[in-house]
Design a protein around this ligand. Structure first.
Ligand code: HEC
Ligand code: HEC
Ligand code: HEC
Ligand code: HEC
Ligand code: HEC
Ligand code: HEC
Length: 364
C-alpha cells in the first residue's frame, strides 16, 4: 500500500476507534430488568442405554415357609388338636383369672412357665393367658416337630407339706401332676386331740388326682381294711393312658382329656383306655367297684351331715372344732367323693379302704 494513502486513512481510523470506545466505555445508567423469557421447550428423550451383563445366580435361599408347613399344613394333626383342646375344661373353665401368687402357677400359662423355670412366681400375672399349647409344649421355639416336646418330663415333687418328700414319676403324665396335686393344708392327728376346721374348703382341694392315683394323701386311720393300691397306680403313663386315648370327635379323649360326655341326651363313658386292660367293658363300674365306693361315700356323707360338719347342698365343710377322727373322716370324704371326681376309679382299693376305715372309726 502507498504510504500517503495510509497516512490519509489515519483520521478516519482514529474516529472509528474513538467511537467504538465511546459506545462501549461510556454507556448510560442500566435500565430495569426485562420480564423473564418463556420456558424453553423440553429436550428430546435420550437414547436407551445398552443392557448390562446378567449378575451371577445367588446361593439357594432358606426354605421359606417349609418350617411352618411342618405343622401349619392344615392336616388333621394340628387342627384336630386345636379343636379338641378348645373343648377341654381347661379352656372352657375359664379359671385363669386366678392370677395371684399361690394360684397362678397352675391357673395361668405365664405363671406355670415361670414356676417351672424358677420354682416360684414373683408376682401376680397381669394380662394372664389361659393354659394352651404353649403351656405344655415349646411351640415356635425351633420350628420343628421337636417343639411338641413336653414342658415337664422329669419326676414331680408333691408340694403340699403333708406330702413332703413324695414324688410322682409316671412318664408323660408328670406334666399333668405338676398341676393336678393337692395344695398345702394340715391333717388331724390320728386318734389325736380335737381338731379345728378353719375353712369351708378343708381337704386336699382341687386336683388331688395325682395323690389318689399314687395312693397317698388320704387320712390313713388303721381299721379293718388294709391300705393298698390298685394296679392303676402302676400304669406307666398314668393319667394319659385313660384321659388321652383316641379322640371321639371333640367330645372326649385326645386333647379334650375328657372321660365322659353328654351325647344325644345321655352320658357316654370314654372306655377306650380301659378296654386295653378290661376287655369289652362298656362302663367304668368294673365289677361294681364304683357302685360300692359310691355307697360307702353316701354312708359317710350321712354321718357328716348329721353332725353338721358337711353342707349337703354344696359339699363344703362347716368350720368348727371336731373330734380328730371325725375331722379326718371329713378330709377323706371330701378328697375321694368331691375333689378327686373319679368316684374312686383312680385308685379303687385305696379309696375303698379310706372310706371303710373312716366309717369304722367315726365314733371312736
Ligand atoms: C412345631 C409346630 C409349629 C411350627 C413349625 C410352626 N407353628 Fe405356628 N403355631 C403352632 C401352634 C401349635 C400354634 C397355636 C395354635 C393355637 O393355639 O390355636 C401356632 C400358631 C401360629 C399362629 C397364630 C398366632 C399365634 O402365635 O398363636 C401363627 C400366625 C403362626 N403359628 C405362624 C407360624 C409361622 C409363620 C411359622 C413358620 C415360621 C410357624 N407358625 C411354625 C405350631 C407351629
Ligand atoms: C398348667 C396346669 C395344668 C396342667 C399341666 C394340666 N392341668 Fe388339667 N386342669 C388344670 C386346671 C386349672 C383345671 C380346671 C380348669 C377350669 O375349670 O378352669 C383342669 C381341668 C382338668 C380336667 C377337667 C376337669 C373337669 O372339671 O371336667 C381334666 C380331666 C384334666 N384337667 C386332666 C388333665 C390331664 C390328663 C393333664 C395332663 C395331660 C392335665 N390336666 C394337665 C390345670 C392343669
Ligand atoms: C398345684 C396347682 C394349683 C394351685 C396352686 C391352685 N389350683 Fe386351683 N385348681 C387346680 C386344678 C388342677 C384344678 C382342677 C381340678 C379338677 O377339676 O378336679 C383347679 C380348680 C380350681 C377351681 C375350680 C374348681 C371347681 O370346682 O370348679 C377354682 C375356683 C380354683 N382352682 C381356685 C384356685 C385358687 C383361688 C387358688 C389359689 C389360692 C388355686 N386354685 C391354686 C390346681 C391348682
Ligand atoms: C395340658 C397339657 C397340654 C396342652 C395344653 C396341649 N398338649 Fe399337646 N400333648 C400333651 C401331652 C401330654 C401329649 C403326649 C400324649 C401322649 O403321650 O400320648 C401331647 C401330644 C401332642 C401332639 C403329638 C406330639 C407328638 O410328638 O406326636 C401334638 C401334635 C400336640 N400335642 C399338639 C397340641 C396342640 C396343637 C395344642 C394346643 C391346641 C396342645 N397340644 C396342647 C399335653 C398338652
Ligand atoms: C385308670 C384310668 C384313669 C387314670 C390312670 C386317670 N384317670 Fe382321671 N378319671 C378316670 C375316670 C374313669 C374318671 C371319672 C369320669 C366320670 O365319671 O365322669 C376320671 C375323672 C377325672 C377328673 C374329673 C373330671 C372328669 O373328667 O370327670 C379329673 C380332673 C381327672 N380324672 C384327672 C386325672 C389326672 C390328673 C390323672 C393322673 C394323675 C388321672 N386322672 C388318671 C380315669 C382315669
Ligand atoms: C393298664 C391296665 C389298666 C387300665 C388301662 C385300666 N385298668 Fe382298671 N384295673 C386294672 C387291673 C389290673 C385291675 C385289678 C383287677 C382286679 O382286681 O380284678 C383294675 C381294677 C379296676 C377296678 C376295680 C375293680 C374291682 O374289682 O375292684 C375298676 C373300677 C377299674 N379298674 C376301672 C377302670 C376304668 C374305668 C378304666 C378306664 C378309664 C381302667 N380301669 C383302666 C388295670 C387297668
Amino acid at each position: 500500500m502507498n504510504p500517503f494513502k495510509m497516512l490519509r486513512a489515519v483520521p478516519s481510523m482514529l474516529m472509528v476507534i474513538i467511537l467504538a470506545f465511546y459506545f462501549t466505555a461510556c454507556e448510560g445508567p442500566e435500565g430495569p430488568q426485562g420480564p423473564a423469557g418463556a420456558d424453553g421447550a423440553t429436550g428430546a428423550i435420550g437414547a436407551t442405554g445398552a443392557k448390562g451383563d446378567k449378575g451371577d445366580p445367588g446361593d439357594p435361599g432358606a426354605a421359606g415357609t417349609a418350617g411352618c408347613i411342618t405343622c401349619h399344613n392344615m392336616s388333621t394333626d394340628l387342627v384336630a388338636r386345636v379343636d379338641q383342646w378348645a373343648n377341654s375344661q381347661h379352656n372352657l373353665g375359664g379359671n385363669f383369672e386366678r392370677n395371684t401368687v399361690g394360684c397362678n402357677e397352675c391357673h395361668t400359662h405365664e405363671g406355670f412357665r415361670e414356676f417351672q423355670a424358677n420354682g416360684s412366681v414373683a408376682a401376680a400375672i397381669s394380662n394372664p393367658t389361659a393354659i394352651g399349647c404353649r403351656t405344655c409344649h415349646n411351640i415356635h421355639t425351633t420350628y420343628e416337630t421337636s417343639d411338641f416336646s413336653l414342658a415337664v418330663t422329669g419326676p414331680v415333687d408333691f408340694r403340699a407339706s403333708f406330702l413332703a418328700g413324695k414324688t410322682y414319676n409316671k412318664g408323660n403324665s408328670n406334666l399333668c401332676v405338676s398341676c393336678h396335686q393337692p395344695r398345702s393344708s394340715t391333717l388331724p392327728e390320728i386318734n389325736g386331740p380335737d381338731y379345728t376346721v378353719t375353712s369351708s374348703r378343708f381337704g386336699p382341694h382341687h386336683g388331688p388326682q395325682g395323690a389318689l392315683l399314687s395312693g397317698i394323701g388320704g387320712w390313713e386311720i388303721p381299721g379293718a381294711a388294709t391300705y393298698s393300691n390298685s394296679p392303676h397306680t402302676n400304669i406307666s403313663d398314668g393319667c394319659i393312658t385313660c384321659h388321652m386315648q383316641e379322640a371321639f370327635g371333640r367330645q372326649s379323649g385326645g386333647h379334650t382329656m375328657k372321660m365322659a360326655y353328654e351325647y344325644h341326651g345321655a352320658i357316654t363313658m370314654n372306655v377306650v383306655g380301659c378296654q386295653t386292660c378290661h376287655p369289652g367293658t362298656k362302663t367304668f363300674d368294673i365289677d361294681g367297684a364304683v357302685t360300692e365306693i359310691e355307697a360307702l361315700g353316701a354312708q359317710l356323707e350321712a354321718l357328716l351331715v348329721a353332725d353338721g360338719m358337711l353342707n349337703p347342698a354344696d359339699g363344703l365343710a362347716v368350720p368348727g372344732t371336731y373330734a380328730a377322727n371325725k375331722a379326718g373322716a371329713l378330709w377323706n370324704y371330701r378328697m375321694i367323693m368331691l375333689e378327686d371326681r373319679s368316684n374312686g376309679v383312680h385308685n379303687p382299693k385305696y379309696a375303698k379302704a379310706l372310706l371303710t376305715n373312716s366309717i369304722e372309726n367315726y365314733n371312736k
